[in-house]
Write a protein that binds this ligand. Structure first.
Ligand code: 9WO
Length: 255
């Protein structure tokens, strides 16, 4: 069970952004401890240099290796001395980069089984490959686009991890109902007014028939997944009932 996340970042202020909402409440309630470490605090020169030029030339800079190494070691040492059992346990370091394995709900779940994680948010053109080889256990991407740094991806990962913690969601925010909990996309939702822009809402949702509503929602989930993300259905076995609901959805599309 995840207890603590350390982030290594040159821009610690950015992490104020997750102090709102569900993640903010979880942090205040102490469900998880989050600490940001700035590699700049581990520089030794008077200018506190955190970047350096790439061998081979070309535009842009890389992050300086030693301050990151020292930041990682200081975090690991802190939790080695405060708890005996950590001595044998390996604290995983996760590097957020476009070259990483694509993040999925399954991977979030697996990462959440660690007691502690260290997230490395890169800047500039990235970090020295030897630092990755020697200090990074897992390289992870949140999508095929380039950003200015790994901070936003790190916050995306932290948010998805916090949602899995027991007690992070209020009773009105069940994780069981989350899109992807069952490997399917979410069904459509409706709230007041009953007529909006001339459009009403599906009759079944007004029927008060809970069993029928549940079936309708499952059918919509299956149908939308089939329409928008057929790749998700390839990895998922459908039950007899689910196959019937999806067939019915497809029939209705053709009418
Ligand atoms: C910048 C750049 C500039 C010129 C030529 C090539 C270049 N590559 C990069 C680059 O990849 N910069 C990264 C910025 C270095 C690592 C941190 N940065 C980052 C992480 N951008 N996007 C991510 C990221 C992380 C996880 N999932 C999606 C994107």
């Amino acid at each position: 069970m995840l207890k603590r996340i350390d982030v290594i970042s040159l821009f610690p202020e950015m992490f104020e952004a997750i102090k709102s909402g569900i993640t903010g409440r979880a942090l205040r309630d102490g469900l998880i401890n989050l600490e940001i470490t700035n590699p700049r605090d581990f520089t030794t020169d008077k200018h506190k240099t955190v970047d350096d030029r790439p061998y081979g030339g070309g535009p842009g800079m890389l992050m300086k290796v030693e301050p990151i190494k020292e930041a990682i070691l200081s975090i690991k040492k802190k939790w080695l001395s405060s708890s005996e059992e950590q001595e044998t346990k390996k604290i995983k370091v996760v590097y957020l980069s476009p070259q990483g394995q694509p993040l999925t709900q399954q991977i979030v779940k697996e990462l959440s089984e660690n007691e502690q994680l260290i997230l490395l948010a890169g800047r500039y053109e990235g970090v020295d490959e030897r630092l990755i080889e020697h200090y990074v256990d897992y390289e992870c991407s949140i999508g095929d686009y380039v950003l200015s740094g790994g901070e936003l991806p790190a916050m995306v990962l932290i948010d998805s991890l916090i949602r899995l913690l027991p007690g992070a969601l209020g009773h009105n925010e069940s994780a069981v109902n989350d899109s992807f909990y069952s490997g399917l996309l979410d069904h459509p939702h409706y709230t007041r007014p009953e007529v909006f822009e001339g459009e009403g809402i599906p009759d079944v949702l007004l029927s008060g028939h809970h069993k029928k509503i549940e079936q309708w929602r499952l059918k919509q989930s299956l149908g939308r997944t089939w329409q928008r993300r057929p790749d998700l259905l390839k990895d998922r076995q459908l039950s007899e009932q689910e196959q019937q609901l999806l067939q019915a959805f497809i029939q209705e599309q053709n009418m």
